[in-house]
Design a protein around this ligand. Structure first.
Ligand code: TXA
Ligand code: MG
Length: 337
């Protein structure tokens, strides 16, 4: 099992950060907390260390990873071109849950970008992540710290469960405050295009860059290479997922139609009606009827369902409202097989 080092999320102990930085300088993988999800980190400008991340996750090489920076100056050093739009977005929304995809500077190894000529950059709003980047003194490559296609981890325990010994050290700062990954925005497209909906809201992006486009449809095949985050199967728990319309009636029908004993079924519900309809299921996880709170609990709920060892999880759909975009995206993907 990896070494798990507890660390205060607000005021990380410098000794714990130095310890983790030292592991990275030796070429080891460190999982660290961010405000979105936990990341699996290595030094981002060293190809052989970045390759270890892909091996640990079982991630295909064509799938780019994000470089985490401590602010705009470091980001500029990694971009071949830093537009006024990039400046405006970074100034307003960093540190925070926004990844900017920009043209890649030669210093960034192609491994980071999965061979693309762009690079995804993000300054995380988490004191532990920022302290680690500063202690190492270099950008950190870090995808979510889960096995490929599995659910992103929002606690150190999730990381250990998903990756086990494939990570050397885990900095444990408690649950991630946002609970869903960053919004990925490509500035290489004209107009700028959302490649992955996430914790930064579309309206906040559009307030700064009104031309931002977002297509709900997921991309498959060739197009998925240009926007790898859109590959359909992603964020899937091991348990089969069935989405059901909101309200008790649809949940009751979905459970009945599955033809399973309730002891083999779990449910993730929002409304009171759905909660009542799911009574008697092996695990019923209630989540709040607000996109921010729901997002904070979703991945933990999926890990809990997997742990319950049931055959099916019925998930109550969320409103088709722009505020729910990231959650709705994750649910659609989780239900896809
Ligand atoms: O919140 C987050 O973004 C977390 C934390 C750890 O920062 N990281 C994360 O990384 O979710 P990952 O690798 O699981 O997802 C990054 C997404 C992927 O969908 C990837 O395809 C996309 O960002 N991405 C990264 N660089 C890209 C690039 N150059 N072009 C297109 N998409 C890119
Ligand atoms: Mg991921």
């Amino acid at each position: 099992m990896p070494r798990v080092v507890p660390v205060d999320p607000a005021q990380p102990d410098p000794a714990a950060i130095a310890d983790a930085a030292e592991v990275m300088r030796r070429g080891g993988l460190v999982a660290f907390p961010t405000e979105t999800v936990y990341g699996l980190g290595a030094r981002g400008l060293r190809a052989e260390e970045v390759r270890k991340i892909f091996a640990a996750k079982g991630r295909p090489p064509g799938h780019p990873v994000i470089l985490h920076v401590d602010g705009e100056a470091m980001a500029r050093s990694l971009a071949a071109e830093w537009s006024s739009s990039a400046s405006r977005l970074a100034a307003a929304l960093w540190p925070g849950p926004l990844t900017l995809v920009v043209p890649r500077a030669p210093a960034v190894p192609p491994e980071v970008s999965g061979g693309l000529d762009t690079v995804g950059l993000r300054a995380p709003a988490h004191p532990v992540a920022l302290a680690l980047i500063r202690a190492v003194g270099e950008p950190l490559a870090a995808p979510s710290a889960n096995a490929h296609t599995h659910v992103s981890p929002t606690t150190a325990e999730h990381v250990v469960r998903s990756l086990g010994d494939r990570v050397e050290l885990v900095l444990d700062a408690g649950p991630s405050s946002l609970g869903i990954e960053s919004t990925v925005l490509s500035l290489g497209h004209d107009p700028p295009r959302v490649l992955r909906p996430g914790a930064a809201r579309l309206e906040d992006l559009r307030a700064l860059e009104p031309r931002v486009v977002h297509e709900h449809a997921s991309i498959e095949g060739d197009a998925a290479r240009a926007a790898p985050g859109m590959a359909a199967k992603h964020y899937a728990p091991r348990t089969r997922v069935l989405l059901a319309a909101r309200g008790g009636e649809a949940i009751a029908q979905a459970i009945a139609r599955a033809g399973l004993e309730r002891a083999r079924v779990a449910a993730i519900v929002v409304t009171d009606g759905a909660r009542r309809a799911a009574a008697g299921c092996a695990t019923v996880v209630p989540l709040a009827d607000s996109p921010e709170e729901y997002a904070r609990g979703l991945f933990a709920a999926l890990y809990e369902v997997d742990r319950a060892g049931v055959d099916l999880v019925v998930i109550e759909e969320v409103p088709a409202d722009p505020g729910w975009w990231a959650v709705a995206d994750r649910l659609t993907r989780a239900a896809r097989r």
